[in-house]
Design a protein around this ligand. Sequence first.
Ligand code: PMP
Length: 435
Amino acid sequence: MAAQNIAGRSAADDATRQKEFIWPCVGTYYEHPLVLERGEGMYVWDSSGTRYLDCFGGVLTTSVGHARPEVVQAIASQAGAIAHTSTLYINKPQLDLAEKVAAITPGRLKKSFLTNSGTEADETAMLLARIYTGNYEIIALRHAYHGRSMLAMAATGHAPWKHGPSGVAGIVHAHAPYCYRCPFNLEPQSCALECARDVEELIQTSTSGAVAAFIAEPIMGVGGFITPPRDYFKVVTEIVRRYGGIFICDEVQTAWGRTGEKWCGIEHWKVEPEVMTFAKGMANGSPIGCTTAVPEVADRYPSLTFSTFGGNPVTAAAALATIRVIEENDLPQNALHVGGYLRSRLDELKDKYQVIGDVRGMGLMQGIECVKDRKTKEPDPQAVLRVFDETRKRGVLIGKGGLYGNVIRLGPPLIAGRSDVDELVTALDGAFGAL
Ligand code: PMP
């Protein structure tokens, strides 16, 4: 008999209703999609009561675990006090959150504008850069993902995520620091960071020579956890600043503590952005976007602007509680250690299975790129789909990404322990073994 959920409908019924009432562009994982109804800590349960270890956290968003009591409590008590103020009045949770963000972001980053999504955070950042510099042109990266508004989509560097007439003038895409598939066919040990240096020629040949911003993720999330070489950001930001631009660091996937040890991903590369954007894991699943800038840049945004739900007190309370949990439990350190253990176990899998071409990432943000042949590096998205089904059978949820859909993305909540890693790797081992 088909499994019934609480409302008495089977998962198959829900899949049919999804097709009928939700736009078909909203894709779901798995041929028979999962209906998730409950979560607790590292686990989620589907509508038939089956439990899964969640190793993707709703795309790196459930950062401190499902139904984390401190976050649930903060949401409930703020909703019971006042759930909405608009930005026309001072609301303390927003203020407290912005003050906290100033404390945990690097260097002189200080002033925040709160919105509802990563898209809005990036859109705000790019507009701010154009206003501040007086320049128009923006450099983004191939393989990047920045959102689904026209401007954020235009900055995105993946055809599958860019739809029809979404073009916005003034955005050019530089080569990604994608060492496994180096756009210059060079080796990381001896490449002299050609991908970063090429940005100068890009500016000279494809822009007016006056740049507003360079926007990039410290580790390219949707792109398949592409991790740049150590000095990439130092070289590229020096070039961009020479041509008048500022650096917008999109930390939507990499903050807070995800990459291990540090609060923000960019801190590993010792570069200070003028603007940073946050969303996803910031409020453990409540909708939030945050654009944080150094004062002289933030102050240039002219009056007036408004966001009905931006800085909403309930969401801000959820974000504050999330950040507090990360801080009090030193989850950046946990991500470093447990992420390091995960990486060593994935490297073992790479030794065992030829289909694994590359393992990369930092902290609890680790990717496995699957290829048909290690020499030709031909992408193998079918293998990823099969690993998806096999890990699901074994009670583990994983994510995927990459331009070719051939990268397994692992981004469990930051509370993950070594035993969770063991459970994940056992499932992956079984899944790769079953290919
Ligand atoms: N930037 C990055 C790096 C992202 O990964 C995403 C979402 N995948 C976004 C921006 C857009 O965020 P949202 O979906 O909240 O609009």
